[in-house]
Design a protein around this ligand. Structure first.
Ligand code: NAD
Length: 266
């Protein structure tokens, strides 16, 4: 199926690692111009130069912390200067630090809210006006099944991801009249196919505490038993659904939440 993404311009936040990297690659392979907005300069520059060789579009890294409104505004401005338009915004950058609600430091909650909730708010606020002006836009939030079911040791992260779902539905109502679609794709546990795909800021960097938990085969086997399809996800599982929502093949779909998680949340 030709998705018609050639010459479209996409911004993927957190596109340097894992899920965001796979989405950026999928978009580049379809011929889109891809901007990676990330805080991990070394990894993002590497990925952007690989993307540039994958399809007919260009790829660019713009350093931006999604939690910082000024940096996000500058990133959007630079994208518009370079490509003239933003057709697709994938709000993928995310962060969490597993731990019990009563034991985690409040600073972690602040960081989770800043990146997972303020991040997408900042990005939509900066990018949507140009979409509204052109009467064209696809906004895809990478949520989480945690936001649908409430996850153990991920209370505030779950709240943020639940917030993203409500935010997206509300935005879908406000922006639909301008032909801007807003949808949410929710992964479940999604581990990198290749540990090198996880940059230093990735939760799945091979030395990160999060990653270490799932390097324990017993723990992983126990977690995977909670998934009807009996495996954890890999980043490429997410790509077809995101590409479909980024394309005009789904032009009549908005305000929807789709889990790509082996049936973890239904
Ligand atoms: N991997 C999973 O198991 C899983 C499950 C459910 C939901 N998700 C969601 O999917 C998305 C991607 O997850 P992942 O596992 O690929 O993450 P990851 O930790 O592997 O990568 C996150 C990327 O975002 C970048 N980033 C982090 N903070 C940033 C910031 N403030 N501004 C800009 N970039 C920033 C990092 O540098 C990295 O490139 C996140 O929104 C996450 O919440 C992931």
């Amino acid at each position: 199926m030709d998705l018609g993404l050639e010459a479209k311009t996409a911004v993927v936040t957190g596109g340097a690692s894992n899920i965001g990297k796979a989405i950026a690659e999928g978009l580049a392979q379809e011929g889109a111009n891809v901007v990676i907005a990330d805080v991990d300069r070394a990894q993002a520059e590497r990925v952007a130069s690989e993307l540039g060789t994958m399809g007919s579009g260009d790829a660019l890294f713009i350093e931006a912390d999604v939690a910082d409104r000024g940096q996000v505004e500058q990133m959007v401005q630079r994208t518009l200067e370079r490509f003239g338009q933003i057709d697709i915004l994938v709000n993928n950058a995310g962060w969490t630090n597993n731990g019990l609600f009563l034991e985690k430091p409040a600073e972690d909650f602040e960081r989770e809210i800043a990146i997972n909730l303020w991040g997408p708010i900042n990005c939509v606020r900066a990018a949507a006006p140009s979409m509204v002006e052109r009467s064209y836009g696809k906004i895809i939030m990478i949520g989480s099944d945690a936001g649908r079911v409430g996850e153990y040791q991920e209370a505030v992260y779950s709240a943020c991801k639940g917030g993203i779902i409500a935010l997206s539905k509300a935005l879908a109502r406000e922006l639909g009249r301008y032909n801007v679609n807003v949808n949410v794709v929710c992964p479940g546990l999604t581990l990198p196919e290749n540990p090198a795909d996880a940059g230093v800021n990735s939760l799945w960097h091979s030395d990160s505490p999060q990653s270490k938990i799932f390097q324990n085969e017993e723990v992983l086997a126990k977690v995977v038993r909670r998934y009807p399809l009996r495996r954890h996800g890999v980043p490429s599982d997410l790509v077809p659904q995101v590409l479909l929502l980024a394309s005009d093949k789904s032009s009549y779909i908005t305000g929807q939440v789709v889990s790509v998680s082996g049936g973890y949340a239904m």
